[in-house]
Design a binder for this molecule. Structure first.
Ligand SMILES: Cc1cc2nc3c(=O)[nH]c(=O)nc-3n(C[C@H](O)[C@H](O)[C@H](O)COP(=O)(O)O)c2cc1C
Length: 337
């Protein structure tokens, strides 16, 4: 079974759903001696199958796939409607129609699990929760590693009890969505180093994740007990990533000076560069997921070129992101160099 401590370079390429993850990025990271992760979220099962084939056409090296674990909670229709009303003037100014009652979706989780079992991937990682023990057992039965992304020691215990074979310790510094298990959970805001220390020694390998800006951070996290380090933001400006041009440019734009976590794009907390949209709408955004994600979709598409509106996911180490190849990012993060 895949063991992150045996990688030639102890760097895992974070899955980055919504565009940045591509088969080319996943393959390039694995080819360079790290471990590439495809983002399975938001893809249809057929599109996921196509992406797996595309990675395999580019490399024989092992790689993994990430899925979002669904959680259906009663829809807070009033909170949803209030937030929609707040967004309408901006949406209309951009020519976007906002859906008034988006349906719940589980992102085809079970079908995608079946795809990954059939396709015999090397590792699967879970975000937003721990699936049922039967899901872990099914992967383990095929010798497929299961990596559960946790933000607290309590979540790590839940994942271990359910049968996970590894943990991804996601610190508060991380770019993109927080993997808090409950949609309405308060974020415990545990930093990556403290979290790695707390979940190391529980009998499974730990992949540290969040805020890496260079090789010194990799060294620090390995010294804290991590078997490898999962890095996302530093790959966003590579040519292999599918990052939108406005997002790519914003990561190098001195006008953006900080990141913050916000529910304003999806209803779940995620870390982004602070732009006008984050400043204006974060305080009012309710914990309603995935319906808020569907609500803001048309606005984000209509304003795709405007960095003051779109979600500029970024971790606290974003200033370390460079426009170089993915292989060069992996090499620059190699503590043995
Ligand atoms: C653009 C972007 C998209 C992300 N999408 C996912 C995802 O689909 N699944 C997931 O588990 N984590 C996702 N993450 C979080 C990463 O797994 C990881 O925790 C994070 O990138 C680490 O922090 P860093 O960005 O500071 O390196 C995403 C992060 C970014 C920046």
């Amino acid at each position: 079974m895949f063991d992150p401590s045996t990688l030639a370079v102890p760097v895992v390429g974070a899955p980055m759903a919504g565009g940045p993850s591509t088969p080319a990025l996943t393959a390039a990271i694995s080819e360079a001696g790290g471990f590439g992760m495809l983002a399975g979220a938001y893809l249809s099962p057929d599109a996921l199958r196509d992406q797996l084939a595309a990675v395999r056409a580019l490399t024989d090296a092992p790689f993994g796939v990430n899925l979002f674990v669904p959680e259906e909670i009663p829809l807070d229709a009033d909170a949803f409607a209030r937030f929609r009303d707040l967004l309408l003037p901006l949406a209309h100014a951009r020519g976007a129609d906002l859906p008034s009652a988006p349906a719940y979706t589980d992102d085809a989780f079970e079908t995608k699990v079946d795809v990954l079992l059939e396709e015999d991937v090397t590792a699967v990682s879970f975000t937003f929760g721990a699936p049922a023990p039967e899901v872990y057992a099914a992967f383990t039965g095929f010798d497929i590693a299961t990596i559960t992304t946790v933000t607290t020691a309590a979540e790590a215990r839940v994942a271990l009890d359910a049968g996970t074979s590894a943990l991804c310790a996601q610190g508060f510094e991380a770019g993109g969505h927080r993997s808090t298990f409950g949609i309405t959970d308060r974020d415990a805001q545990v930093g990556v180093r403290e979290l790695v220390t707390a979940v190391t020694g529980l009998g499974v390998p730990v992949i540290a994740s969040g805020g890496v800006s260079g090789v010194d951070d990799v060294r620090t996290l390995l010294a804290a007990g991590a078997a490898a380090v999962q890095v996302g933001t530093l790959f966003l400006r590579t040519p292999e990533a599918g990052t939108r041009p406005a997002h790519r440019a914003a990561l190098a734009d001195p006008r953006f000076t900080e990141t913050a976590t916000t529910r304003a794009y999806s209803g779940r907390l995620a870390r982004a560069l602070v732009n006008e949209y984050v400043r204006t709408f974060s305080a009012a955004a309710p914990p309603v997921y995935p319906q808020i994600n569907a609500l803001t979709g048309p606005l984000r598409r209509a304003a795709a070129d405007d960095p003051e509106v779109i979600n500029l996911w970024a971790g606290t180490g974003w200033r370390g992101a460079r426009a170089i190849s993915a292989a060069d990012v992996v090499a620059a993060l190699d503590p043995a160099r």
